[in-house]
Design a protein around this ligand. Structure first.
Ligand code: NAG
Length: 419
């Protein structure tokens, strides 16, 4: 009897640590915090798959519900920094821009007649999850508005599974065009020379794609003056870049999960995941993928040696039969901004690109920084050595990381001096 009292808790503790523990590189600080976050996320994914399998709900909708539930539970439990005075002056309104729902943050009125800066923000979440209205995105945009005296517009573009490419992109583009119209800028007292576009992860993908479209649009009289891309997703041809391989098991954006987000976004059958993981979808058999296009994502040329290490490119000569179906969107620059040609890139606005060492998307960001620079665009490439994917929005209790606060601070500082 007494033995059981000891053995059961010990076994339970062992089982829990086994579930929670994952090996992480030494450079990642606060590893236990990340492991706990990851264990929570994995549990959510497993439960969502179970719900889906039972036919009770689409797994994406289950994940959304769990996240909202978690946020509801933790709201107000942690140290209440966001209740502090700095946030109070910002006026928040939920309206629509040409039919697209947006949340606008207006800073406290400055001196009369003074024009303010503007920033359009697209949140991350694999084109399937998240909302600019919730959690740390709301906090971050309030901070930008307050600290930088900026009118921030956060766009609630539609998500998978309700829609897929190009709808999320088109929602963002529509909202951007509306924002940049002289009437709207005048209404919010925004200086047309100081308007930014920004986003993290899938939102960084949308920001890069929208920035390109606006910069080559001859009809657009006002263009974005800068773009701030936080660990953006930029290409779907190569899932075997050194960073995809090095970080395939680093939480929370596992390589499989990122590839899955891509399949969902492009409307591809999820059963093709194993083929995409080994680059079978971009084999040399695909004549539409010209050598020119391949060179635009060629990390063997575009990455500095320190990131290439001793990796070898994974290029498939001939794919298996099932792969021959066309994937609309695979070569579309609106989905993969890294595929754009130098003439398009050259017209783009000055850029801030934040990359994290422990992120499958590290090389997407580094390659884009290099190609923008080669095209003559001024780029600030901010690389966080101990950073991991998602840290930028992990700034609030109970998921507040020092590295996340550093990422956010570097974003705010860059905007402060460049916008
Ligand atoms: C990828 O294509 C090769 C060549 O046709 C084939 O042998 C291999 O089984 C494919 N891999 C997957 C995971 O389907």
């Amino acid at each position: 009897m007494r033995l059981k009292l000891v053995v059961i808790p010990v076994l339970l503790a062992v089982a829990v640590s086994y579930y929670v523990y994952i090996p992480l590189p030494d450079a990642i600080q606060e590893p236990w915090r990340l492991m706990l976050l990851d264990a929570g996320f994995r549990t959510t994914l497993h439960l969502a798959s179970l719900m889906d399998w039972l036919g009770l709900d689409h797994y994406i909708r289950s994940i959304r519900r769990s996240t909202e539930h978690f946020e509801g539970m933790t709201k107000g439990l942690g140290p209440t920094e966001s209740g502090g005075g700095v946030m109070l002056g910002v006026k928040v309104s939920d309206i629509t821009f040409a039919g697209i729902p947006v949340r606008i943050y207006e800073p406290p009125a400055g001196g009369e007649g003074h024009l303010r800066r503007g920033l359009m923000f697209f949140h991350g979440g694999g084109w399937a999850l998240g909302s600019g209205k919730r959690g740390s995105y709301d906090t971050i945009n309030r901070m930008v508005s307050d600290e930088l005296n900026t009118v921030v517009v956060s766009v609630e573009y539609r998500l998978y599974p309700e829609v897929h490419f190009p709808v999320p992109y088109l929602d963002c583009l529509t909202a951007a065009k509306h924002f940049l119209s002289p009437e709207v800028l005048a209404k919010y007292a925004i200086d047309p020379e100081r308007v930014a576009v920004s986003g993290d992860s899938a939102g960084g993908n949308l920001a890069a794609a929208v920035a390109q479209a606006i910069s080559i649009d001859d009809k657009a009289t006002v263009k974005f003056s800068i773009q701030a891309l936080i660990y953006p997703v930029l290409q779907a041809l190569d899932f075997n870049t050194p960073s995809y391989l090095q970080n395939k098991a680093i939480p929370v954006l596992y390589r499989d999960l990122m590839v899955r987000f891509w399949l969902q976004y492009l409307g591809v059958d999820l059963s093709l995941l194993p083929q995409w993981l080994v680059n079978n979808h971009s084999s040399l058999h695909h004549s539409a993928i010209t050598p020119e296009l391949r060179s635009r994502v060629d990390w063997t040329v575009l990455l500095p040696q320190e990131y290439k290490k001793d990796n070898k490119p994974v290029v498939v000569e001939k794919d298996s039969q099932g792969q021959r179906k066309e994937v609309p969107g695979l070569l579309d620059v609106r989905a993969s901004p890294l595929l754009a040609g130098p003439q398009t890139l050259a017209k783009g606005p000055r850029a801030f690109i934040l990359t994290c060492e422990y992120d499958v998307l590290r090389d997407d960001g580094l390659m884009y920084a290099r190609r923008l620079q080669d095209a003559g665009v001024t780029v600030t490439s901010e690389h966080l050595e101990g950073g991991f994917h998602g840290c930028f929005s992990l700034i609030e209790w109970p998921n507040d990381f020092e590295i996340g606060k550093r990422a956010l601070r570097s974003y705010l500082n860059w905007l402060q001096t460049n916008l």
